[in-house]
Design a protein around this ligand. Structure first.
Ligand code: G1P
Length: 278
């Protein structure tokens, strides 16, 4: 079955960016001239996905407006020298459908994904955490790489990268056996372990391919780290009852949920896009 839907959990408060996120969704923070979430949608479209399922919450209406036509703006800009600035977003909107539902209470990433069931139905799907901006200048994006692997193994997959041992407390961390270069069969998964308890330094980043069984697994998952329902714990149950893979990806990943990563992503993209033009 082809993967045609991508879930974007986007209900979080973005407290690390206060006060800017007081009245503005963190997913709308701009990296150059595009909001963070648009990069995620572009990555999904590049991977052949045409339906974006976005989990929003209170104060997130700007996301819906961004992926819609602004008639007033279209009217103002039509025929002017600025009109081309809308070309990219117009083209993107024309390629996909956007669906939305709200997470009423913040009960963790696992709970946010479960809320997406109504938009996904019973089929495999991708998940993008828009905070993690992934760029592969030399080829396919991370989701496209994961979908290629899904076609081969037909199971849930998480994207991983090596992190310094002292940073494991920021991530879900896996352990497993390498079954082909850069691909691990997961035997253990721990959400945000202290370095002394981490099973490895292979950290999960915000890209997942999930089979629909995950919804039942999440339902039976008890609150874990920080009292939240963790997708890492639900995936661990899935790994125990079936198979979950973890794959290293080609490309760069910026943690745009932190100010430092956000600035790095901005500088990086400025250098590749603007400096090349000059
Ligand atoms: C979430 C996941 C974590 C993963 C991380 C990737 O954590 O719970 O397992 O490693 O995303 O960015 P968050 O960063 O939302 O706290």
């Amino acid at each position: 079955m082809n993967i045609t839907k991508c879930l974007f959990p986007a209900a979080g408060y973005g407290t690390r960016f206060l006060p800017v996120t007081k009245a503005m969704p963190k997913e709308m923070l701009p990296i150059l001239t595009k909001p963070l979430i648009q990069y995620g949608v572009e990555e999904a479209v590049e991977a052949g996905i045409d339906t974006m399922a976005i989990i929003t919450g209170r104060g997130k209406r700007a996301i819906e407006d961004h992926f819609d036509i602004s008639y007033e703006l279209e009217h103002q800009i039509k025929g002017s020298s600025k009109e081309h600035l809308l070309d990219e977003i117009r083209a993107l909107i024309s390629k996909c459908t956007f669906t939305y539902t709200r997470q009423i209470e913040m009960k963790g990433l696992g709970d946010a994904i479960l809320k997406g069931k109504v938009l996904i139905g019973h089929e495999p799907f991708a998940v993008v955490l828009a905070d993690d901006l992934c760029i592969n200048e030399n080829g396919h994006g991370v989701l496209a790489q994961m979908i290629a692997l899904y076609k081969k193994y037909k199971c849930s997959i998480v994207a991983i990268m090596e992190v310094p041992a002292e940073e494991t407390y920021k991530y879900g961390v896996i352990d497993g056996k390498e079954i082909e270069e850069g691909v691990f069969m997961v035997s253990n998964m721990v959400e945000k372990p202290e370095p002394s308890e981490a099973p490895s330094n292979l950290a999960i980043i915000g890209r997942y391919i999930l089979t629909p069984e995950i919804f039942e697994m999440i339902k039976s998952t008890k609150p874990g780290k920080n009292g939240e329902i963790q997708i890492t714990d639900a995936l661990m149950h899935l790994a125990q009852s079936g198979m979950v893979l973890a794959c290293k990806f080609e490309g760069k990943r910026f943690d745009c949920g932190s100010v430092e990563g956000f600035v790095e992503a901005t500088n990086y993209l400025y250098n590749v896009s603007y400096n090349q033009e000059n």
